[in-house]
Structure formats: C-alpha cells, structure tokens
Design a protein around this ligand. Structure first.
Ligand code: FES
Ligand code: FES
Length: 154
C-alpha cells in the first residue's frame, strides 16, 4: 500500500512499491495523460509534477514518492474546468500534431514557469529536454511565451 496525493486527492493505492509511478497512474488510476515513450528518462512523455518538480514517472518507483503530491496533466485545470494558462496557450498556438508527447511538455513547461516566470528561448531550450518527433518545438516556445504574458497580466 502506498499513500499519495494525486491531482489533489489523497489516496492509498494497493500496489507493489517498486512499480513505476507511470504504470500506477495509467493502469491503477486510469490517468492516461502521462505517456510511455522510452522508459529510460530520456523522452519526457511520462513527466508529472512530484511536489512541484517535473519528474519522469517511468523511472520513479511509486514507493519512492510515498506521501508526495503528484500532478498529471489531468490535474492542471481548475475544479471548475478552467484551463491553466499554459493549456490555453497550447490551444491558442495550436501546438500539438500527433499529440503523444504534449502532456509531458505541458508538465515540464508548468514547472519551468514556476521558477522562471518570463523565460527566454534559451531558458526554455535548456530547461525542457523533452522530445517531440513531430517537431513542434517552435510552437511550444511560442505557447510558453504566451502563457507567461497571460500570467503576468493577471
Ligand atoms: S517514457 Fe519516461 S522519459 Fe520517456
Ligand atoms: S506532437 Fe507528435 S510527438 Fe510531439
């Protein structure tokens, strides 16, 4: 049994403590936003926030984060359904192509804006190492700048 807070809800999960968090989220909690890409902490498709830090869930044993707050892309919108600034900017800039990698990018960008509210392109490239096979990087940068502006004007 592992205790976690997932997207704001406390829960005790009957699971093997060695099971990767990604598979606990996808298989046990039916949260399909985090994706399986490489399985070795390289592509970023599985990223979630763990206590606010963007973390590859594919290599994170669930037992190692017992008691932590985990946020997946499903948990970024407000309770009333209002999208986060980044989610809205992603739509406004029409970022996704196939979409597979996008939850991981939005999670990584969310963590970046927490520590760097007005990042430069260089900051973005340095902080976000996720891989997008469709090559959406220019639109991702534009969406992050747009979200940063939206947040600054609130
Ligand atoms: S699946 Fe976790 S980083 Fe690629
Ligand atoms: S949008 Fe297709 S892999 Fe990124």
């Amino acid at each position: 049994m592992v205790d976690l807070m997932v997207n704001g809800t406390r829960m005790s999960i009957e699971t093997d403590a060695d099971k990767p968090l990604l598979w606990v989220l996808r298989e046990d909690l039916a949260l399909l936003g985090p994706k399986y890409g490489c399985g070795v902490a390289q592509c970023g498709a599985c990223r979630v926030l763990i206590d606010g830090e963007s973390t590859p869930s594919c290599v994170t044993p669930v037992g190692s984060v017992a008691g932590a707050s985990v946020v997946t892309v499903e948990g970024l919108a407000q309770a009333n359904g209002a999208l986060s600034a980044l989610q809205q900017a992603w739509l406004d800039e029409q970022v996704p192509q196939c979409g597979f990698c996008q939850p991981g990018f939005i999670i990584a960008a969310t963590a970046l804006l927490e520590v760097s509210p007005r990042p430069t392109d260089a900051d973005i490239d340095e902080a976000i190492t996720n891989i997008c096979r469709c090559g959406t990087y220019p639109r991702i940068r534009r969406a992050i700048h747009r979200a940063a502006t939206m947040l600054a004007e609130r």
